[in-house]
Design a protein around this ligand. Structure first.
Ligand code: ATP
Ligand code: MG
Length: 399
């Protein structure tokens, strides 16, 4: 972040449904997550003031706004100029904000309907909000001939927020990413394949307030290092919404080989998934995660019939969350593009799940048959060995 200017962000969140102790927890997390997202901005200060979070730094407010746009829980934010308490100083800030908005959003328009809105939370301020609005409105009209006052249909709204903590002037609001602050709903383990669905599922879970750790099952040498590299790139991209992230790379070849050697071929896909979930649940518990998140979607592939989903989940000791369960492929693709994972997911790389893939996978698997098949395996040892061999990578540093 460059520029010696003193920038501020007024950050708004949805207060509905936030009560009592819950609210303080939520606000604290939002504050921490903003600090993490903006770390590096010189002179950064993130402060809670009634019903808002205030960010200050020696940086351009627009740059701060862009960085804050990946902090879940924010409903909207305004990049503001912090100013002194005299009307002249407020005017100077208002001219700067209005001038910038006119240039960037209304460039060349002959007439722009506008209004000033003042909020005087600090009642010791010597002018009423009405007086501030009238006086400031008049000065801005003199300065910018294209402005025309229209209280009801203003397209440019110059706002002044006068509080004990300071005075801020802003014009316009950016929509925030919505959702709940990461961490406010606890921790979960997101299973990340190289595919399109799992990063979108992880992102939706994060948006809903889950702090995710990520895990990928890596069948080296049956799949090459491009698989690991791809998972790392996707994980690093997702870490932008988390501030930082951990990716567990779990060795999975031994489990797949054992299933190949000792179990009926048609059950391989279901048994791989069960093995993954058995490992994920143990790994998750060690990492204080209370659920596992997958990109499964009803009916998308053979392993995603209701029967097979139930069979897979049965092997997990933790609840399995599937944010995409009812999504259409087109919806998933649109979200992947919006998040920016589409390009990464479509990079060519082998897939651990297709190792020794059966010609005719079972579509409606039966639990008795699964149990019989697994009785030929030493599940405990396989699970334990996979966890012992897991590599823990810190993102985005590992990139
Ligand atoms: P994706 O597009 O996420 O790969 P998919 O539609 O290909 O999903 P499956 O291959 O059945 O579906 O995988 C279902 C889910 O299981 C994935 O979304 C992911 O959460 C998890 N998963 C599959 N393979 C792996 C893997 N190698 N490592 C980690 N998780 C995996
Ligand atoms: Mg896949």
């Amino acid at each position: 972040m460059d520029s010696g200017r003193r920038g501020a962000l007024l950050v708004r969140y949805d207060e509905i449904g936030l009560k009592g102790g819950n609210r303080a927890h939520f606000e604290r997390l939002l504050q921490q997550n903003l600090e993490l997202a903006l770390a590096g901005a010189p002179g950064l200060r993130v402060q809670r003031i009634r019903g808002r979070v205030l960010v200050r730094a020696q940086a351009d407010p627009e740059q701060l706004a862009q960085a804050a746009a990946r902090v879940f829980g924010i409903v909207s934010l305004s990049s503001a100029v912090e100013t002194g308490r005299s009307l002249e100083e407020i005017l100077e800030a208002a001219v700067e904000r209005a001038g910038r908005a006119l240039r960037e959003e209304f460039g060349g328009r002959e007439q722009v309907p506008f209004r000033v809105a003042a909020n005087r939370a600090d009642k010791t301020f010597p002018h009423t909000s009405m007086e501030v609005e009238r006086w400031l409105g008049g000065r801005l009209l003199e300065q910018f001939p294209q402005l025309a006052v229209d209280l009801a249909r203003a397209q440019l709204k110059v706002e002044v927020d006068i509080r004990h903590e300071g005075v801020w002037v802003f014009a316009g609001r950016h929509a925030g990413p919505g959702g709940l602050p990461v961490g406010s709903m606890g921790r979960a383990l997101g299973l990340l394949s190289g595919g399109l669905d799992s990063p979108v599922a992880a992102w939706l879970a994060m948006r809903r307030g889950l702090r995710l750790e990520l895990a990928t099952f890596y069948s080296f040498p049956h799949v090459g290092p491009q698989f690991r590299e791809k998972a790392l790139r996707i994980g690093a991209h997702l870490s932008r919404w988390l501030g930082r992230a951990i990716l567990h790379v779990v060795p999975f070849a031994a489990a797949q080989e054992a299933i190949r050697d000792h179990c009926p071929e048609s059950y391989r896909t279901v048994l791989y998934r069960r093995a993954m979930h058995r490992i994920a649940a143990q790994l998750g518990r060690r990492r204080r995660c209370y659920a596992v998140v997958t990109g499964e979607c009803l009916g998308q592939v053979a392993s995603q019939t209701l029967e097979n989903l139930a069979l897979i989940e049965e092997a997990s000791d933790l609840p399995v969350l599937r944010p995409l369960i009812t999504y259409d492929k087109q919806e998933i693709i649109a979200l992947a593009r919006r998040i920016g994972t589409y390009e990464l997911s479509t990079l060519p790389a082998p897939d651990s799940c297709t190792v020794f893939q059966p010609a005719a996978p079972v579509i409606h698997g039966k639990l008795e048959e699964v149990r019989a098949a697994e009785s030929a395996l030493d599940l405990q040892t396989l699970t334990w060995a996979a966890i012992q061999g897991t590599e823990r990578l810190y993102l985005p540093e590992h990139r």
